[in-house]
Design a protein around this ligand. Structure first.
Ligand code: ADP
Length: 312
């Protein structure tokens, strides 16, 4: 079983406008509402890949009910801890090629609620082969919380795929039980290491990852680079993955889809080249579809065979 963790899910609401955004005036809209949050994107893609997936995390109030209903509709099994605060709503106004976003911070989580989730997680992690943790943590939760969960999951024998950034990533890399896989994008890696990287100088990326003690003991470090594919480091070996050239429709959720592909491959015991091919196939397919965290499966064979994976 693959367990996905979403600590701060949202109802992602898109407001497509026919014309310009009218400020200080009325804009009439037909909303498109989806269950959002990076971990939910991972869950949906794993569902498409046919994996045995269970989504967990925190859900609150009527907004939380809505998110659970949407997961039911797309057949993703879930077992969330309930909290008193309402799960958040994030609004994206789409106007004249622009995307103006309004992101709620989400509910504050109490110590008791977090402890309740911790208990649930302990039980679920014991049944999981792979655990994915994605996205930011809600208010009231310490930046070291993913590191704590990763320790519990690793202790239960599960492989942890962690897709987060900033202080949470830092804390997880400083912990004794390191995640099995981390997937910073080039910008997030730069933030972590305090310098800038470019896809043209992957030798610099490789040297930086190899020489930074924080990555020691992490089985997989994958640095994703959007249309340029990714660079990966696994057991002392470096890999370069080139994504096929595609017409990019919506790359939001491509990183989450990549994590789903990795989880799928790792849970199935695939070899390193196949794990990379699966992850990048999912990332690229997501970019070809207007829906976030959704793969056009009819294009699978074309993309899978066009992804280039080589050891460098
Ligand atoms: P994140 O969403 O975490 O920033 P990326 O944007 O790096 O992640 O995308 C993750 C993966 O998705 C890439 O490594 C690549 O395989 C694929 N991908 C993303 N955007 C494109 C694109 N425009 N063309 C082809 N593949 C893409």
């Amino acid at each position: 079983m693959i367990l996905t963790v979403t600590m701060n899910p949202s109802i992602d609401t898109a407001y497509p406008l026919a014309g310009p955004l009218k400020v200080d005036d009325v804009n009439r809209v037909e909303p498109i509402k989806t269950a959002g949050g990076k971990g939910l994107n991972v869950s949906r893609v794993l569902g498409q890949l046919g994996d045995d997936v269970l989504a967990t995390g925190l859900l609150g109030g009527r907004m939380g009910d809505f998110i659970a209903d949407r997961l039911d509709e797309c057949g993703v099994a879930h077992d969330f801890a309930r909290i008193a605060g309402e799960s958040r709503v994030c609004v994206a106004v789409l106007h004249e090629g622009n995307q103006t976003e309004f992101l709620e911070a989400g509910p504050e989580v109490s110590g008791d609620e977090l402890a309740g989730f911790g208990e649930k997680f302990r039980g679920l992690a014991g049944r999981a082969d792979v655990v994915t943790m994605s996205g930011s943590l809600p208010r009231g939760v310490d930046a070291g919380y993913y590191a704590e969960l990763a320790g519990v999951a690793a202790g239960a024998g599960a492989k942890v795929l962690l897709d987060t950034s900033g202080a949470s990533l830092d804390a997880a890399l400083a912990a004794k039980a390191k995640p099995y896989l981390v997937k910073p994008n080039l910008t997030e890696l730069g933030g972590l290491l305090g310098r800038e990287f470019s896809p043209e100088r992957l030798d610099e990326v490789r040297d930086a990852v190899a020489s930074d003690e924080r990555f020691a003991g992490v089985e997989w470090v994958v640095v994703s680079m959007g249309a340029a594919g990714s660079a990966a480091f696994h057991q002392g070996r470096a890999w370069r993955v080139r994504a096929p050239r595609i017409e990019c429709v919506n790359a939001t959720g491509s990183g989450d889809s990549t994590i789903a592909g990795f989880a799928h491959g790792i849970a199935a015991g695939a070899d390193p080249a196949e794990v990379l091919r699966l992850g990048n196939t999912c990332g690229t397919l997501n970019a070809m579809d207007p829906a976030t965290g959704h793969l056009p499966m009819d294009r699978w064979d074309d993309v899978y065979s066009a992804v280039e994976v080589e050891q460098v």
